[in-house]
Ligand binder design. Structure first.
Ligand code: FBP
Length: 550
Protein backbone atom coordinates (compact mmCIF):
# COMPACT_ATOMS: atom_id res chain seq x y z
CA UNK A 1 0.00 0.00 0.00
CA UNK A 2 1.17 3.53 -0.77
CA UNK A 3 2.43 5.55 2.14
CA UNK A 4 -0.08 8.22 3.10
CA UNK A 5 0.47 11.40 5.08
CA UNK A 6 -0.72 11.84 8.64
CA UNK A 7 -3.19 14.48 7.43
CA UNK A 8 -4.62 12.16 4.79
CA UNK A 9 -5.07 9.48 7.43
CA UNK A 10 -6.86 11.88 9.74
CA UNK A 11 -8.99 13.28 6.91
CA UNK A 12 -10.08 9.80 5.83
CA UNK A 13 -12.07 9.65 9.05
CA UNK A 14 -13.93 12.89 8.30
CA UNK A 15 -17.66 12.37 7.67
CA UNK A 16 -18.85 14.98 5.21
CA UNK A 17 -22.08 16.74 6.11
CA UNK A 18 -25.19 16.15 4.05
CA UNK A 19 -28.38 18.15 3.43
CA UNK A 20 -31.25 17.04 5.69
CA UNK A 21 -33.09 15.56 2.70
CA UNK A 22 -30.77 12.57 3.00
CA UNK A 23 -31.48 11.78 6.62
CA UNK A 24 -32.84 8.40 5.50
CA UNK A 25 -30.55 7.86 2.53
CA UNK A 26 -30.97 8.82 -1.12
CA UNK A 27 -34.54 7.51 -1.31
CA UNK A 28 -36.20 10.91 -1.06
CA UNK A 29 -39.52 12.63 -1.46
CA UNK A 30 -39.52 14.64 -4.67
CA UNK A 31 -41.04 18.10 -4.87
CA UNK A 32 -41.44 19.23 -8.47
CA UNK A 33 -41.63 22.89 -9.48
CA UNK A 34 -43.21 24.38 -12.58
CA UNK A 35 -41.95 23.52 -16.09
CA UNK A 36 -38.81 25.48 -16.96
CA UNK A 37 -37.53 27.46 -19.96
CA UNK A 38 -33.90 28.10 -20.94
CA UNK A 39 -31.52 30.94 -20.03
CA UNK A 40 -31.91 32.34 -23.55
CA UNK A 41 -33.13 31.40 -27.05
CA UNK A 42 -35.86 29.22 -25.54
CA UNK A 43 -37.55 28.39 -28.84
CA UNK A 44 -34.34 27.15 -30.45
CA UNK A 45 -33.28 25.21 -27.35
CA UNK A 46 -36.72 23.61 -27.15
CA UNK A 47 -36.44 22.49 -30.75
CA UNK A 48 -32.97 21.02 -30.20
CA UNK A 49 -33.89 19.35 -26.91
CA UNK A 50 -37.47 18.34 -27.54
CA UNK A 51 -37.23 15.27 -25.28
CA UNK A 52 -35.68 16.88 -22.20
CA UNK A 53 -36.67 20.56 -22.48
CA UNK A 54 -39.07 22.04 -19.96
CA UNK A 55 -38.57 19.52 -17.13
CA UNK A 56 -39.35 21.02 -13.73
CA UNK A 57 -36.83 22.02 -11.09
CA UNK A 58 -36.71 19.38 -8.36
CA UNK A 59 -36.22 19.67 -4.62
CA UNK A 60 -35.73 16.74 -2.30
CA UNK A 61 -37.17 16.22 1.13
CA UNK A 62 -36.37 13.39 3.48
CA UNK A 63 -38.38 10.29 2.74
CA UNK A 64 -38.26 6.72 3.83
CA UNK A 65 -38.72 5.35 0.36
CA UNK A 66 -37.43 1.81 0.05
CA UNK A 67 -37.61 -1.03 -2.43
CA UNK A 68 -35.43 0.40 -5.20
CA UNK A 69 -34.45 -2.25 -7.68
CA UNK A 70 -30.72 -2.66 -8.16
CA UNK A 71 -29.00 -0.57 -10.82
CA UNK A 72 -25.50 -0.10 -12.15
CA UNK A 73 -24.19 3.40 -12.76
CA UNK A 74 -21.09 4.81 -14.43
CA UNK A 75 -19.19 7.96 -13.51
CA UNK A 76 -16.79 10.12 -15.54
CA UNK A 77 -14.56 12.97 -14.43
CA UNK A 78 -14.17 15.44 -17.27
CA UNK A 79 -11.75 18.35 -17.80
CA UNK A 80 -9.34 19.98 -15.38
CA UNK A 81 -8.89 18.61 -11.87
CA UNK A 82 -10.79 20.34 -9.07
CA UNK A 83 -10.57 19.63 -5.32
CA UNK A 84 -13.39 17.39 -4.14
CA UNK A 85 -13.90 15.18 -7.19
CA UNK A 86 -13.23 12.05 -5.14
CA UNK A 87 -15.90 13.10 -2.67
CA UNK A 88 -18.44 13.44 -5.49
CA UNK A 89 -17.73 9.81 -6.34
CA UNK A 90 -17.82 8.78 -2.66
CA UNK A 91 -21.18 10.55 -2.19
CA UNK A 92 -22.52 8.94 -5.35
CA UNK A 93 -21.34 5.52 -4.21
CA UNK A 94 -22.79 5.87 -0.70
CA UNK A 95 -26.03 7.30 -2.10
CA UNK A 96 -26.43 4.42 -4.54
CA UNK A 97 -25.71 1.88 -1.80
CA UNK A 98 -28.30 3.55 0.44
CA UNK A 99 -30.89 2.92 -2.29
CA UNK A 100 -29.96 -0.72 -2.71
CA UNK A 101 -26.89 -2.50 -1.39
CA UNK A 102 -26.64 -4.42 -4.66
CA UNK A 103 -26.20 -1.23 -6.70
CA UNK A 104 -22.91 -1.05 -8.58
CA UNK A 105 -20.76 1.89 -9.60
CA UNK A 106 -18.25 1.81 -12.45
CA UNK A 107 -15.65 4.52 -12.97
CA UNK A 108 -14.70 5.17 -16.59
CA UNK A 109 -11.00 5.89 -16.85
CA UNK A 110 -9.29 9.03 -18.18
CA UNK A 111 -12.51 10.96 -18.70
CA UNK A 112 -14.96 10.63 -21.61
CA UNK A 113 -12.39 8.56 -23.51
CA UNK A 114 -12.89 5.71 -21.04
CA UNK A 115 -16.60 5.61 -21.79
CA UNK A 116 -16.07 5.65 -25.53
CA UNK A 117 -13.21 3.13 -25.45
CA UNK A 118 -14.68 0.96 -22.70
CA UNK A 119 -11.93 1.43 -20.16
CA UNK A 120 -13.33 1.18 -16.67
CA UNK A 121 -12.96 -0.10 -13.14
CA UNK A 122 -15.67 -1.30 -10.80
CA UNK A 123 -15.50 0.99 -7.78
CA UNK A 124 -15.53 -1.06 -4.61
CA UNK A 125 -15.89 0.13 -1.03
CA UNK A 126 -12.18 -0.42 -0.56
CA UNK A 127 -11.25 1.83 -3.49
CA UNK A 128 -13.70 4.53 -2.39
CA UNK A 129 -12.44 4.47 1.21
CA UNK A 130 -8.86 5.04 0.07
CA UNK A 131 -9.87 8.32 -1.60
CA UNK A 132 -12.39 9.89 0.80
CA UNK A 133 -11.73 13.60 1.38
CA UNK A 134 -8.60 13.57 -0.78
CA UNK A 135 -7.72 15.98 -3.58
CA UNK A 136 -7.03 15.00 -7.16
CA UNK A 137 -8.85 12.94 -9.77
CA UNK A 138 -6.41 10.04 -9.66
CA UNK A 139 -9.03 7.49 -8.53
CA UNK A 140 -10.18 7.20 -12.15
CA UNK A 141 -8.38 10.03 -13.99
CA UNK A 142 -9.84 12.72 -16.21
CA UNK A 143 -9.61 13.87 -19.82
CA UNK A 144 -10.71 16.60 -22.19
CA UNK A 145 -12.20 14.53 -25.02
CA UNK A 146 -15.49 16.07 -26.07
CA UNK A 147 -18.47 13.75 -25.93
CA UNK A 148 -20.59 15.16 -28.74
CA UNK A 149 -20.76 12.83 -31.72
CA UNK A 150 -23.43 10.24 -32.41
CA UNK A 151 -20.87 7.46 -32.86
CA UNK A 152 -19.49 8.25 -29.38
CA UNK A 153 -23.01 8.14 -27.89
CA UNK A 154 -23.65 4.78 -29.52
CA UNK A 155 -20.27 3.33 -28.49
CA UNK A 156 -20.97 4.46 -24.92
CA UNK A 157 -24.39 2.81 -25.02
CA UNK A 158 -22.88 -0.39 -26.29
CA UNK A 159 -20.36 -0.52 -23.45
CA UNK A 160 -22.93 0.44 -20.82
CA UNK A 161 -25.32 -2.25 -22.06
CA UNK A 162 -22.67 -4.91 -21.59
CA UNK A 163 -22.03 -3.77 -18.02
CA UNK A 164 -25.73 -3.41 -17.25
CA UNK A 165 -25.29 0.35 -16.72
CA UNK A 166 -28.50 2.36 -16.94
CA UNK A 167 -27.25 5.60 -15.38
CA UNK A 168 -24.32 7.90 -16.05
CA UNK A 169 -22.94 10.76 -14.01
CA UNK A 170 -20.74 13.29 -15.80
CA UNK A 171 -18.69 15.50 -13.53
CA UNK A 172 -17.46 18.51 -15.45
CA UNK A 173 -17.57 22.19 -16.36
CA UNK A 174 -19.92 24.06 -18.66
CA UNK A 175 -18.80 22.26 -21.84
CA UNK A 176 -18.92 18.79 -20.29
CA UNK A 177 -22.36 19.43 -18.82
CA UNK A 178 -23.55 20.78 -22.17
CA UNK A 179 -22.43 17.44 -23.60
CA UNK A 180 -24.13 15.58 -20.73
CA UNK A 181 -27.32 17.32 -21.82
CA UNK A 182 -26.80 16.33 -25.47
CA UNK A 183 -26.23 12.73 -24.36
CA UNK A 184 -29.33 12.69 -22.15
CA UNK A 185 -31.38 14.13 -25.01
CA UNK A 186 -30.04 11.64 -27.53
CA UNK A 187 -30.74 8.64 -25.30
CA UNK A 188 -34.21 9.80 -24.33
CA UNK A 189 -35.20 10.68 -27.89
CA UNK A 190 -34.02 7.29 -29.13
CA UNK A 191 -35.55 5.32 -26.27
CA UNK A 192 -32.14 4.20 -25.08
CA UNK A 193 -32.53 3.28 -21.40
CA UNK A 194 -29.69 5.34 -19.92
CA UNK A 195 -30.26 8.34 -17.67
CA UNK A 196 -27.61 11.05 -17.57
CA UNK A 197 -26.96 13.45 -14.70
CA UNK A 198 -24.28 16.17 -14.46
CA UNK A 199 -22.29 17.66 -11.56
CA UNK A 200 -20.91 21.23 -11.59
CA UNK A 201 -17.11 21.14 -11.41
CA UNK A 202 -14.38 23.68 -12.11
CA UNK A 203 -11.95 25.71 -10.05
CA UNK A 204 -12.65 28.57 -12.48
CA UNK A 205 -16.00 29.22 -10.76
CA UNK A 206 -17.71 30.03 -14.06
CA UNK A 207 -20.35 27.30 -13.95
CA UNK A 208 -22.88 28.99 -11.72
CA UNK A 209 -26.19 30.75 -12.11
CA UNK A 210 -29.39 31.47 -10.24
CA UNK A 211 -29.85 27.76 -9.55
CA UNK A 212 -26.26 26.49 -9.23
CA UNK A 213 -24.62 28.46 -6.43
CA UNK A 214 -21.04 27.35 -7.03
CA UNK A 215 -18.92 24.94 -8.99
CA UNK A 216 -16.96 22.68 -6.71
CA UNK A 217 -13.22 23.17 -6.28
CA UNK A 218 -13.36 26.97 -6.49
CA UNK A 219 -13.42 27.29 -2.71
CA UNK A 220 -10.34 25.15 -2.08
CA UNK A 221 -8.31 26.39 -5.05
CA UNK A 222 -8.87 30.04 -4.08
CA UNK A 223 -7.86 29.27 -0.49
CA UNK A 224 -4.61 27.65 -1.65
CA UNK A 225 -3.79 30.56 -3.97
CA UNK A 226 -4.73 33.09 -1.30
CA UNK A 227 -2.45 31.40 1.19
CA UNK A 228 0.41 31.68 -1.31
CA UNK A 229 -0.45 35.26 -2.29
CA UNK A 230 -0.57 36.16 1.40
CA UNK A 231 2.85 34.59 1.91
CA UNK A 232 4.24 36.45 -1.10
CA UNK A 233 2.70 39.70 0.16
CA UNK A 234 4.32 39.21 3.51
CA UNK A 235 7.65 38.58 1.85
CA UNK A 236 7.20 41.71 -0.27
CA UNK A 237 6.38 43.73 2.82
CA UNK A 238 9.38 42.26 4.67
CA UNK A 239 12.04 42.70 1.98
CA UNK A 240 10.45 45.83 0.48
CA UNK A 241 12.35 45.41 -2.78
CA UNK A 242 10.18 43.43 -5.20
CA UNK A 243 6.99 43.84 -7.13
CA UNK A 244 5.32 40.44 -7.51
CA UNK A 245 3.24 39.89 -10.64
CA UNK A 246 1.06 36.84 -10.00
CA UNK A 247 -0.96 35.25 -12.78
CA UNK A 248 -3.89 33.16 -11.57
CA UNK A 249 -5.65 30.32 -13.36
CA UNK A 250 -9.14 30.65 -14.68
CA UNK A 251 -9.17 30.09 -18.41
CA UNK A 252 -11.41 33.04 -19.22
CA UNK A 253 -13.44 34.31 -16.25
CA UNK A 254 -11.62 36.27 -13.52
CA UNK A 255 -13.52 34.82 -10.54
CA UNK A 256 -10.37 33.30 -9.03
CA UNK A 257 -8.39 36.57 -9.28
CA UNK A 258 -11.33 38.45 -7.78
CA UNK A 259 -11.86 36.04 -4.87
CA UNK A 260 -8.12 35.96 -4.10
CA UNK A 261 -8.05 39.76 -4.18
CA UNK A 262 -10.91 39.92 -1.69
CA UNK A 263 -9.11 37.44 0.56
CA UNK A 264 -5.65 39.04 0.41
CA UNK A 265 -6.08 42.75 -0.51
CA UNK A 266 -3.20 43.13 -2.98
CA UNK A 267 -2.14 46.49 -4.43
CA UNK A 268 -3.36 45.75 -7.95
CA UNK A 269 -5.98 43.37 -9.32
CA UNK A 270 -6.77 43.29 -13.01
CA UNK A 271 -10.20 41.91 -13.89
CA UNK A 272 -10.46 40.81 -17.54
CA UNK A 273 -14.19 41.48 -17.75
CA UNK A 274 -13.59 45.09 -16.67
CA UNK A 275 -10.78 45.54 -19.20
CA UNK A 276 -13.13 44.30 -21.93
CA UNK A 277 -16.07 46.43 -20.79
CA UNK A 278 -13.89 49.53 -20.77
CA UNK A 279 -12.34 48.60 -24.08
CA UNK A 280 -8.92 48.98 -22.49
CA UNK A 281 -5.83 48.67 -24.63
CA UNK A 282 -2.75 46.89 -23.41
CA UNK A 283 -1.06 50.27 -23.18
CA UNK A 284 -3.80 51.53 -20.87
CA UNK A 285 -3.44 48.48 -18.62
CA UNK A 286 0.32 49.03 -18.48
CA UNK A 287 -0.27 52.71 -17.73
CA UNK A 288 -2.67 51.83 -14.90
CA UNK A 289 -0.16 49.46 -13.27
CA UNK A 290 2.73 51.87 -13.82
CA UNK A 291 0.76 54.66 -12.17
CA UNK A 292 0.31 52.60 -9.01
CA UNK A 293 3.95 51.46 -8.96
CA UNK A 294 5.08 55.09 -9.32
CA UNK A 295 2.66 56.38 -6.68
CA UNK A 296 3.85 53.77 -4.16
CA UNK A 297 7.48 54.54 -5.04
CA UNK A 298 6.84 58.21 -4.34
CA UNK A 299 5.87 57.16 -0.82
CA UNK A 300 9.03 55.07 -0.51
CA UNK A 301 7.29 51.74 -1.20
CA UNK A 302 9.19 50.08 -4.03
CA UNK A 303 7.29 46.84 -3.61
CA UNK A 304 3.86 45.46 -4.22
CA UNK A 305 1.62 42.62 -5.35
CA UNK A 306 -0.34 42.57 -8.60
CA UNK A 307 -2.85 39.87 -9.55
CA UNK A 308 -3.35 39.10 -13.25
CA UNK A 309 -6.12 36.76 -14.44
CA UNK A 310 -5.01 34.03 -16.83
CA UNK A 311 -7.49 34.95 -19.56
CA UNK A 312 -6.64 38.65 -19.68
CA UNK A 313 -5.11 38.88 -23.13
CA UNK A 314 -8.18 37.38 -24.76
CA UNK A 315 -10.32 40.10 -23.20
CA UNK A 316 -8.20 43.03 -24.40
CA UNK A 317 -9.86 43.90 -27.73
CA UNK A 318 -6.65 44.66 -29.69
CA UNK A 319 -4.99 41.46 -28.39
CA UNK A 320 -8.08 39.46 -29.30
CA UNK A 321 -7.91 40.65 -32.91
CA UNK A 322 -4.14 40.18 -32.98
CA UNK A 323 -4.52 36.58 -31.81
CA UNK A 324 -7.25 35.75 -34.28
CA UNK A 325 -5.33 37.38 -37.16
CA UNK A 326 -2.21 35.43 -36.15
CA UNK A 327 -4.20 32.18 -36.07
CA UNK A 328 -5.39 32.76 -39.64
CA UNK A 329 -2.08 34.06 -40.89
CA UNK A 330 -0.08 31.12 -39.58
CA UNK A 331 -2.69 28.60 -40.73
CA UNK A 332 -2.64 30.06 -44.27
CA UNK A 333 1.15 30.24 -44.48
CA UNK A 334 1.87 27.17 -42.44
CA UNK A 335 4.48 25.53 -44.71
CA UNK A 336 6.44 28.71 -45.44
CA UNK A 337 6.31 29.74 -41.79
CA UNK A 338 7.42 26.33 -40.51
CA UNK A 339 10.33 26.31 -42.96
CA UNK A 340 11.87 29.33 -41.22
CA UNK A 341 14.34 28.10 -38.63
CA UNK A 342 15.46 31.42 -37.21
CA UNK A 343 13.25 33.21 -34.66
CA UNK A 344 14.06 36.63 -36.06
CA UNK A 345 12.99 35.50 -39.52
CA UNK A 346 9.75 34.16 -38.10
CA UNK A 347 8.98 37.44 -36.35
CA UNK A 348 9.85 39.41 -39.47
CA UNK A 349 7.63 37.09 -41.56
CA UNK A 350 4.67 37.71 -39.27
CA UNK A 351 5.22 41.41 -38.78
CA UNK A 352 5.43 42.12 -42.48
CA UNK A 353 2.07 40.43 -43.08
CA UNK A 354 0.07 42.00 -40.25
CA UNK A 355 -2.16 45.01 -40.92
CA UNK A 356 -0.52 48.21 -39.70
CA UNK A 357 -2.51 48.65 -36.47
CA UNK A 358 -1.89 45.06 -35.39
CA UNK A 359 1.75 45.21 -36.42
CA UNK A 360 2.05 48.15 -34.05
CA UNK A 361 0.49 46.15 -31.19
CA UNK A 362 2.67 43.13 -32.01
CA UNK A 363 5.84 45.22 -32.07
CA UNK A 364 5.03 46.79 -28.73
CA UNK A 365 5.12 43.36 -27.03
CA UNK A 366 8.27 41.95 -25.45
CA UNK A 367 10.12 39.69 -27.90
CA UNK A 368 9.53 36.59 -25.79
CA UNK A 369 5.77 37.16 -25.92
CA UNK A 370 5.90 37.79 -29.68
CA UNK A 371 7.55 34.39 -30.03
CA UNK A 372 5.05 32.70 -27.75
CA UNK A 373 2.22 34.14 -29.82
CA UNK A 374 3.79 32.73 -32.96
CA UNK A 375 5.01 29.38 -31.79
CA UNK A 376 2.80 27.85 -29.13
CA UNK A 377 -0.25 26.51 -30.97
CA UNK A 378 -2.70 23.77 -30.11
CA UNK A 379 -3.68 20.95 -32.50
CA UNK A 380 -6.52 23.13 -33.85
CA UNK A 381 -4.06 25.86 -34.84
CA UNK A 382 -5.01 28.25 -32.01
CA UNK A 383 -2.64 30.11 -29.76
CA UNK A 384 -2.70 28.45 -26.35
CA UNK A 385 -3.38 31.55 -24.32
CA UNK A 386 -2.73 29.81 -21.02
CA UNK A 387 0.89 29.38 -22.12
CA UNK A 388 1.36 33.09 -22.80
CA UNK A 389 3.27 34.51 -19.87
CA UNK A 390 1.07 37.57 -19.36
CA UNK A 391 2.60 38.19 -15.95
CA UNK A 392 6.08 38.46 -17.51
CA UNK A 393 4.77 40.53 -20.37
CA UNK A 394 3.18 43.08 -18.05
CA UNK A 395 6.17 43.19 -15.69
CA UNK A 396 8.47 43.87 -18.63
CA UNK A 397 6.20 46.48 -20.21
CA UNK A 398 5.77 48.26 -16.87
CA UNK A 399 9.54 48.23 -16.40
CA UNK A 400 10.02 49.77 -19.85
CA UNK A 401 7.43 52.45 -19.15
CA UNK A 402 9.03 53.28 -15.78
CA UNK A 403 12.38 53.72 -17.52
CA UNK A 404 10.75 56.26 -19.86
CA UNK A 405 9.25 58.10 -16.88
CA UNK A 406 12.59 58.05 -15.12
CA UNK A 407 14.30 59.51 -18.19
CA UNK A 408 11.71 62.29 -18.15
CA UNK A 409 12.30 62.91 -14.45
CA UNK A 410 8.80 61.75 -13.55
CA UNK A 411 9.76 58.73 -11.52
CA UNK A 412 12.54 58.18 -9.12
CA UNK A 413 11.92 54.72 -7.64
CA UNK A 414 13.44 51.26 -8.01
CA UNK A 415 11.55 48.55 -9.83
CA UNK A 416 12.46 44.90 -9.65
CA UNK A 417 9.83 42.28 -10.54
CA UNK A 418 9.27 38.65 -9.61
CA UNK A 419 6.70 36.71 -11.58
CA UNK A 420 4.57 33.73 -10.57
CA UNK A 421 1.85 31.59 -12.10
CA UNK A 422 -0.51 29.95 -9.63
CA UNK A 423 -2.72 27.24 -11.07
CA UNK A 424 -1.62 23.64 -10.69
CA UNK A 425 -0.70 24.34 -7.05
CA UNK A 426 -4.40 24.43 -6.18
CA UNK A 427 -6.26 22.12 -8.53
CA UNK A 428 -5.58 18.92 -6.61
CA UNK A 429 -5.42 20.26 -3.07
CA UNK A 430 -7.18 18.30 -0.34
CA UNK A 431 -10.70 19.75 -0.34
CA UNK A 432 -11.59 22.34 2.27
CA UNK A 433 -14.39 21.35 4.64
CA UNK A 434 -16.78 23.28 2.39
CA UNK A 435 -15.71 21.43 -0.76
CA UNK A 436 -15.56 18.08 1.07
CA UNK A 437 -19.18 18.54 2.24
CA UNK A 438 -20.44 20.19 -0.94
CA UNK A 439 -18.93 17.55 -3.24
CA UNK A 440 -20.12 14.62 -1.16
CA UNK A 441 -23.60 16.20 -1.16
CA UNK A 442 -23.50 16.74 -4.94
CA UNK A 443 -22.60 13.08 -5.44
CA UNK A 444 -25.31 11.90 -3.04
CA UNK A 445 -27.81 14.17 -4.82
CA UNK A 446 -26.81 12.65 -8.16
CA UNK A 447 -27.58 9.21 -6.70
CA UNK A 448 -31.00 10.45 -5.58
CA UNK A 449 -31.70 11.86 -9.07
CA UNK A 450 -30.77 8.53 -10.63
CA UNK A 451 -32.85 6.67 -8.04
CA UNK A 452 -35.79 8.85 -9.06
CA UNK A 453 -35.19 7.95 -12.72
CA UNK A 454 -34.33 11.51 -13.77
CA UNK A 455 -32.27 12.41 -16.83
CA UNK A 456 -30.86 15.66 -18.24
CA UNK A 457 -30.51 17.13 -14.74
CA UNK A 458 -27.62 18.75 -12.93
CA UNK A 459 -27.15 17.86 -9.32
CA UNK A 460 -27.81 20.93 -7.20
CA UNK A 461 -27.17 21.80 -3.57
CA UNK A 462 -28.46 25.21 -2.53
CA UNK A 463 -28.56 27.52 0.43
CA UNK A 464 -24.84 26.96 0.85
CA UNK A 465 -24.23 30.21 2.72
CA UNK A 466 -25.92 28.49 5.66
CA UNK A 467 -24.78 25.46 7.63
CA UNK A 468 -25.21 22.11 5.85
CA UNK A 469 -28.27 21.28 7.96
CA UNK A 470 -30.05 24.01 5.96
CA UNK A 471 -28.80 22.91 2.53
CA UNK A 472 -31.40 22.08 -0.09
CA UNK A 473 -30.66 19.21 -2.45
CA UNK A 474 -32.35 18.73 -5.79
CA UNK A 475 -31.94 18.81 -9.54
CA UNK A 476 -31.94 21.51 -12.21
CA UNK A 477 -32.78 20.67 -15.83
CA UNK A 478 -29.59 21.38 -17.76
CA UNK A 479 -31.59 22.90 -20.63
CA UNK A 480 -32.60 25.60 -18.16
CA UNK A 481 -29.01 26.94 -18.18
CA UNK A 482 -28.61 26.94 -21.94
CA UNK A 483 -28.59 29.52 -24.68
CA UNK A 484 -27.26 29.68 -28.22
CA UNK A 485 -23.73 30.96 -28.73
CA UNK A 486 -21.46 31.28 -31.75
CA UNK A 487 -18.66 28.70 -31.50
CA UNK A 488 -16.16 28.08 -34.30
CA UNK A 489 -18.41 29.87 -36.78
CA UNK A 490 -21.55 27.91 -35.84
CA UNK A 491 -24.56 28.54 -33.60
CA UNK A 492 -24.40 26.00 -30.77
CA UNK A 493 -26.53 25.29 -27.71
CA UNK A 494 -24.30 25.76 -24.67
CA UNK A 495 -24.56 26.36 -20.95
CA UNK A 496 -24.13 30.08 -20.40
CA UNK A 497 -20.70 30.72 -18.88
CA UNK A 498 -20.73 32.97 -15.80
CA UNK A 499 -18.22 35.80 -16.17
CA UNK A 500 -17.48 38.33 -13.42
CA UNK A 501 -20.41 40.73 -13.27
CA UNK A 502 -19.30 44.32 -12.94
CA UNK A 503 -22.59 45.13 -11.26
CA UNK A 504 -22.21 42.19 -8.89
CA UNK A 505 -21.38 42.59 -5.21
CA UNK A 506 -17.93 40.86 -5.31
CA UNK A 507 -16.58 43.18 -8.03
CA UNK A 508 -18.14 46.22 -6.36
CA UNK A 509 -16.37 45.30 -3.11
CA UNK A 510 -13.05 45.27 -4.97
CA UNK A 511 -13.80 48.53 -6.79
CA UNK A 512 -14.70 50.19 -3.50
CA UNK A 513 -11.39 49.27 -1.85
CA UNK A 514 -8.79 49.01 -4.58
CA UNK A 515 -7.50 52.60 -4.36
CA UNK A 516 -6.93 52.22 -0.62
CA UNK A 517 -5.21 48.84 -1.20
CA UNK A 518 -3.06 50.37 -3.98
CA UNK A 519 -1.92 53.41 -2.04
CA UNK A 520 -1.28 51.59 1.22
CA UNK A 521 -0.14 48.14 2.27
CA UNK A 522 -3.26 46.37 3.51
CA UNK A 523 -2.31 42.76 2.85
CA UNK A 524 -4.27 40.04 4.60
CA UNK A 525 -2.52 36.72 5.27
CA UNK A 526 -5.13 33.95 5.20
CA UNK A 527 -2.65 31.14 5.95
CA UNK A 528 -3.17 27.49 5.01
CA UNK A 529 -6.54 25.76 4.84
CA UNK A 530 -7.51 24.43 8.25
CA UNK A 531 -9.56 21.27 8.57
CA UNK A 532 -9.78 20.94 12.33
CA UNK A 533 -10.55 23.76 14.72
CA UNK A 534 -12.95 26.64 15.25
CA UNK A 535 -15.80 27.11 12.78
CA UNK A 536 -14.74 30.65 11.84
CA UNK A 537 -11.39 29.26 10.68
CA UNK A 538 -12.44 25.94 9.16
CA UNK A 539 -15.95 26.29 7.84
CA UNK A 540 -16.07 29.58 5.96
CA UNK A 541 -17.47 29.99 2.46
CA UNK A 542 -15.74 32.12 -0.17
CA UNK A 543 -16.23 35.89 -0.02
CA UNK A 544 -17.64 35.68 -3.56
CA UNK A 545 -20.36 33.25 -2.50
CA UNK A 546 -21.24 35.16 0.63
CA UNK A 547 -21.51 38.47 -1.25
CA UNK A 548 -23.40 36.99 -4.18
CA UNK A 549 -25.98 35.32 -1.97
CA UNK A 550 -26.14 37.98 0.74
P1 FBP B 1 -11.88 23.09 -16.36
O1 FBP B 1 -12.64 24.25 -16.93
O2 FBP B 1 -11.91 21.90 -17.21
O3 FBP B 1 -12.32 22.81 -14.95
O4 FBP B 1 -10.33 23.50 -16.26
C1 FBP B 1 -9.93 24.61 -15.56
C2 FBP B 1 -8.47 24.93 -15.74
O5 FBP B 1 -7.78 24.67 -14.54
C3 FBP B 1 -8.27 26.37 -16.18
O6 FBP B 1 -8.22 27.23 -15.09
C4 FBP B 1 -6.99 26.30 -16.97
O7 FBP B 1 -6.90 27.29 -17.95
C5 FBP B 1 -7.07 24.95 -17.61
O8 FBP B 1 -7.86 24.15 -16.76
C6 FBP B 1 -5.74 24.31 -17.85
O9 FBP B 1 -5.94 23.04 -18.33
P2 FBP B 1 -4.81 22.04 -18.77
O10 FBP B 1 -4.01 21.72 -17.54
O11 FBP B 1 -5.54 20.87 -19.33
O12 FBP B 1 -3.99 22.76 -19.79
Amino acid sequence: MNKISALQKARAAYSPKLPPAFANGAGVKIIEGAPTASAGDSEKIQKLFSATFGSPEIKFEAGAKAGFSAIAAGVILSGGQAPGGHNVIAGLYDGLKSLNKANKLYGFLKGPDGLVKNEYVELTGEIIDAYRNTGGFDMIGSGRTKLEKEEQFLAAYDHCKRLGITSLVIVGGDDSNTNACLLAEYYKKNNIPINVVGCPKTIDGDLKNEQIEASFGFDTACRVYSELIGNIGRDANSAKKYWHFIKLMGRSASHIALECALQTQPNITIISEEAAARNMTLKEIVEYITGIVAARAAKGMNFGVALIPEGLIEFVPEMKSLISTLNDLIAKNNAAFAALADSDDKLQFINSRLPQDLSYVFSSLPRQIQLQLCLDRDPHGNVQVSLIETEKMLAEMVSMRLSELKAGGLYNGKFSAQTHFLGYEGRCAAPSNFDADYCYSLGYTAAALLGAGKTGYMSSVRNTTKAAKHWIAGGIPITMMMNIERRHGEDKPVIRKALVELEGAPFKRLAEHRTEWAENTCYVYPGPIQYFGPTEVCDQITITLSLERA
